[in-house]
Ligand binder design. Structure first.
Ligand code: AMP
Length: 249
């Protein structure tokens, strides 16, 4: 079974994000970028499936500008077999990405798609679910465990109330949560090997997909600065403040 892993290049999780002066988005110039952390977990899971013999090939897909190829190389160095780069200079919305991914899934005849549960730039948490709907495939979201059993995949989902176990029919879309695994660091020999692995480049037009935006960003703002807190001397003072100042009790 061929496993497809969509990976996104985002601002590195350790970078303090700044809003552009014209409020049209966040500043990306000279900012350190990296693979979205949840996508790293997805790549790790697919590579483990290949090592266990349950996946025959792991194909990475990234939709983005030329730099997306660096992110694909990083995933190839973790052990994936090859990459697909869907070239675009626009930051596409989840529906457009899901439509492109659907076209790649069909072209590649993949049997399973493993995505991150969300990309930490827009925190959308939509692409996997939309892809599942477009393909008509079953979905297991926010998974922290998975096990293949014939034409079923048994997953444990992280939900508000705790953990939920679900059996899902293949072919399926899985979106991964933090506790699924700990992604490996790529070794130097594997980084060298990854340079020779193939990456196919194509455009949205090659895939016959209309990626025209349906959404419009009106304005991006910094969150309001938090007011300084106060220290109270004792419980009585705290209760008094909650009652008479904050008026919450
Ligand atoms: P989102 O719905 O934007 O929070 O993203 C969820 C997941 O969808 C990510 O972790 C990726 O696996 C995938 N994804 C989102 N955008 C892209 C993209 N531009 N290229 C490849 N995969 C993407």
């Amino acid at each position: 079974m061929k496993v497809l892993v969509p990976i996104k290049r985002v601002i590195d999780a350790n970078v303090q994000v700044r809003v552009k002066a014209d409020q049209s988005g966040v500043e990306l110039t000279n900012v350190k970028m990296a693979m979205n952390p949840f996508c790293e977990i997805a790549v790790e899971q697919a590579v483990r499936m290949k090592e266990a013999g349950t996946a025959t090939e792991v194909v990475l897909v990234s939709v983005g500008n030329q730099s997306a190829q660096e992110t694909l190389r990083a995933g190839l160095a973790m052990g994936a077999d090859r990459g697909v780069h869907v070239q675009t200079d626009d930051d596409l919305e989840p529906l457009a990405v899901a439509k492109l991914l659907k076209a790649v899934v069909e072209k590649e005849e993949a049997g399973l798609v493993v995505l991150g549960k969300q990309a930490i730039d827009g925190d959308n948490n939509q692409t996997g679910q939309m892809l599942s709907a477009l393909l008509g495939w079953s979905q297991g979201t926010f998974i922290s465990e998975m096990e293949l059993a014939g034409d079923t995949v048994k997953v444990t989902r992280e939900v508000d109330g705790g953990l939920q176990k679900v059996d899902i029919k293949m072919p399926a879309i899985l979106t991964v949560d933090l506790r699924l695994n700990e992604p490996r660091f790529a070794s130097l020999p594997n980084i060298m090997k990854a340079k020779k692995k193939p990456i196919d480049a194509m455009s949205a037009a090659d895939l016959g997909v209309d990626v025209a935006p349906r959404l419009k960003v009106l304005k991006v703002e910094e969150p309001a600065a938090r007011a300084a807190g106060v220290k109270v001397a004792n419980v009585a003072e705290l209760v008094d403040k909650l009652k008479n100042e904050a008026k919450v009790i």
